[in-house]
Ligand binder design. Sequence first.
Ligand SMILES: Cc1cc2nc3c(=O)[nH]c(=O)nc-3n(C[C@H](O)[C@H](O)[C@H](O)COP(=O)(O)OP(=O)(O)OC[C@H]3O[C@@H](n4cnc5c(N)ncnc54)[C@H](O)[C@@H]3O)c2cc1C
Length: 475
Amino acid sequence: MLGMGLMAGPANSDQSTFHNVSEDYYEEPVKKLPVRKFDVVVAGGGTAGVVSAIAAARQGAKTVLIEMKGYPGGTVTEGGTTLHSFFNNWKPFPGVKKRQVIRGIPNEIMERLDKIGGWSGFGDMTVGHRDSTNTVIDTELYKLVAFEMLVEAGVYVCVNTLLVGAIMDGSRIKGVIVESRTGREVFYAKSFVDCTAYGDLSFFAGANYTEPNDYSVANAFGMGNVDIDKIFKYFADRDGILEHAEGRRSGVEDMTIRVQGNFMVMPDDFRREAKNIGLQSATTTVYDNYLMFVKANLKLSVSPTDRDAVAKAELELRKRQYKTLELFRKYFPGCKKAFIARTAPRLNIRRGRVIACDYDITHEDVIEARHFDDDVFVYSYHDLFRFMVKGGGTYGIPYRALIPKGIENLLVSGMLITTDKRAHMSTRNTVNCMGQGQASGTAAALCAMKNIGTRDLKYADLKKALLEGGVYFES
Ligand SMILES: Cc1cc2nc3c(=O)[nH]c(=O)nc-3n(C[C@H](O)[C@H](O)[C@H](O)COP(=O)(O)OP(=O)(O)OC[C@H]3O[C@@H](n4cnc5c(N)ncnc54)[C@H](O)[C@@H]3O)c2cc1C
């Protein structure tokens, strides 16, 4: 009886009964909204947006940051494994000098984390050549540090606030519409930066975009009660270490902070199940007994902007997290009593919309280490095993790559630029997004204060401000 009841009840429904859209329309009544005025609006307080807003405010612009969650930080605190990368990839190229290529505000964030014991330091890759350094953060302390730095810079931080629309005046954005428990409001500004990852502001403003849906999604989670040293030894004893890095862990130097084991050395049952749930082997930590990021991936058949597909995926990913936990408990020494300690508030994406910009960085630009007349910073890391930036050097990110086509006063930063997937495997990484953030925030502030569009900003003025902000350029 009980079984029958459960089978018949809505609990087992796949929710398809809710999918039918009625033919009715409701006409929203016109309503007067309160207006606040700023110089710069930064939409999205994640990896790029935090840096962008700090940079804009430090130029003296009256800046507001709009973030839908209760904290700033974004995917660097929810999805990423290690922060790729502040340095050039010098190790695979004998004779090439190690140099820190991302400095400025992203480096300041690391310095602040250092003061409160919230990172690994620039750890050393001992096995693996994709990166030469490995930087791991305490994700919760990162949120605290980011929040404090925003407030100290004078940014008006609107967390728990959703951007829901753009108000256009021809090809200029005049303002944005936001919603929070305070109500529906309008923020006017002179310059705007879209750091929402999904490109929501660009979309509302009518920018051209594509949705390639060419990556898996995940809900990267933290696992407690585990022993990373035993996991490392397990793979090392079987000659199965693909990547290993050492840095500060629970306050002690030269400890394992990253392990990527080769699943080929695992029993068949494990391998079969790991494949079914898209389990990735790389994990990092800054604490004993804790794995910061464990990832089971899922490929969606449609873009992650589809709400109903994402709802299904959210449930499936939580099932995969539990299966991952079972695998760890069963197969890895030191993990019998493991538990899920932290999950992301929603699934993590590697890209949603790609916004069409004045320049689209190509894979050749990346691997041939090309620089441009309007470089706003330089970068070296590539996430694909078989590619590296030529000679352990850097390529430049041109200012034009951050300017959406057809809109006068909008800049973008983060995973939403770069069409070519192989090039995106470089530009989407956390530290690159941060570099973009410093460039876009600085430029947006200069444009607002000069009352000009993004294309009218003199590159010399932008470069001067970026140099003063600690940004590194290759001479
Ligand atoms: C599973 C996974 C693993 C990864 N691993 C690594 C790694 O190991 N190393 C690495 O360097 N990179 C890694 N990456 C890539 C990297 O983390 C991301 O590309 C990068 O963090 C994206 O930064 P972003 O600023 O574009 O977006 P986010 O950091 O996601 O910021 C976007 C912010 O905008 C907010 N937002 C969105 N829409 C709205 C709205 N309408 N209103 C208000 N707020 C809004 C969001 O809440 C969020 O805080 C990984 C990515 C994923 C998904």
